[in-house]
Ligand binder design. Structure first.
Ligand code: FES
Length: 299
């Protein structure tokens, strides 16, 4: 077997971990296949242990020389809490599948406003860089519910320059006051009509951004954070209504025409299992996590 094949058969491993907010962590993961093949806009499905849930995560950065890629993990459910609480540098993960989904259509659009709500700022970062490299005039709005979930501000400012990056918080604790739709409205008033808005983040703000772009006739490509299970086109969990079609988001997305998406249906379908997810997280936090931490300390 060649060294390359052996490398590809290696178990994925966490090789770097950096906490950037009370719940947010950058994880660098060794996985040469993803590191070499992932294109802006694609994601992976990560499973920390054999018994862990599978979790789709956007690829934030790749380093083909080191064979690594990075994700921004915000701990909000059982899978992400387990990942950030129990996995540190040097630890193997059970499985990483990817790269998955369609790469973002990187073309020359003109002026582009990239809006990242919370974790969406990390998801959008490779897309924003690729759009700038393709000759677009890229501006970014980074939006957090609070200051703590404004992510990647330093990275965006270093790449695009301070004057192209607008920071917003919904509680007005930092930067300008407002959410993702206000960021788009303010841009329209202060800079002008962009040729494209790219949104990534939770579904609620995505719907509000689409209301603004539809009303102002601005093209919108949005990461649709629908529920996903198999991430390979088999289970139909991720179906999203786009215009008069149902599309499988794990195959056709995650970036879809935001103006055509039925965001209310996405929110409704995502809500099906919230109670069970909450129950599973509580059980994990109260019963399993302390046991797993003790076991880890003893080994
Ligand atoms: S997640 Fe199963 S078909 Fe898309």
């Amino acid at each position: 077997m060649t060294a390359k094949v052996v490398e590809l058969l290696d178990k994925p491993k966490v090789v770097g971990k950096k906490q950037v907010s009370p719940r947010g962590y950058f994880l660098e993961i060794y996985h040469p296949l993803v590191a070499n093949r992932a294109k802006p806009g694609q994601f992976v499905t990560l499973q920390a242990t054999e018994l862990s849930p599978r979790q789709p995560m956007q690829v934030v950065d790749t380093n083909p020389q080191k064979g690594t890629f990075s994700i921004l993990a915000e701990a909000y459910n059982r899978a992400t809490v387990e990942l950030v609480e129990l996995f540190g540098s040097g630890e193997e993960l059970f499985n990483v599948e990817g790269p998955l989904g369609k790469p973002f259509p990187v073309e020359k659009y003109g002026t582009v406003l990239v809006v990242g709500h919370g974790w969406g700022a990390g998801a959008n970062f490779p897309v924003a860089k690729a759009l700038a490299e393709a000759g677009n005039e890229v501006y970014a709005a980074l939006v957090g519910g609070t200051r703590e979930n404004v992510y990647c501000e330093k990275e965006y400012k270093e790449f695009f320059g301070e004057s192209r990056v607008f920071v917003y918080t919904e509680d007005d604790d930092y930067g300008r006051e407002g959410g993702a739709p206000q960021a788009v409205e303010n841009f329209l008033e202060e800079v002008g009509k962009p040729d494209l808005v790219v949104y990534a983040g939770n579904v609620g703000p995505g719907e509000l951004v689409a209301e603004v772009t539809r009303a102002k006739d601005v093209k919108n490509l949005s990461l649709v954070a629908s529920m996903m299970l198999c991430t390979s086109g088999l289970c139909l969990t991720c179906r999203v209504k786009k215009g008069d079609q149902m599309v499988q988001n794990c195959l056709e997305g995650p970036y879809l025409d935001g103006n055509a998406v039925d965001w209310k249906m996405v929110a409704f379908r995502n809500g099906y299992y919230w109670d069970l997810e909450k129950e599973s997280l509580e059980y994990f936090l109260n019963k399993l996590l302390p046991r797993l931490k003790r076991k880890k300390q003893q080994s």
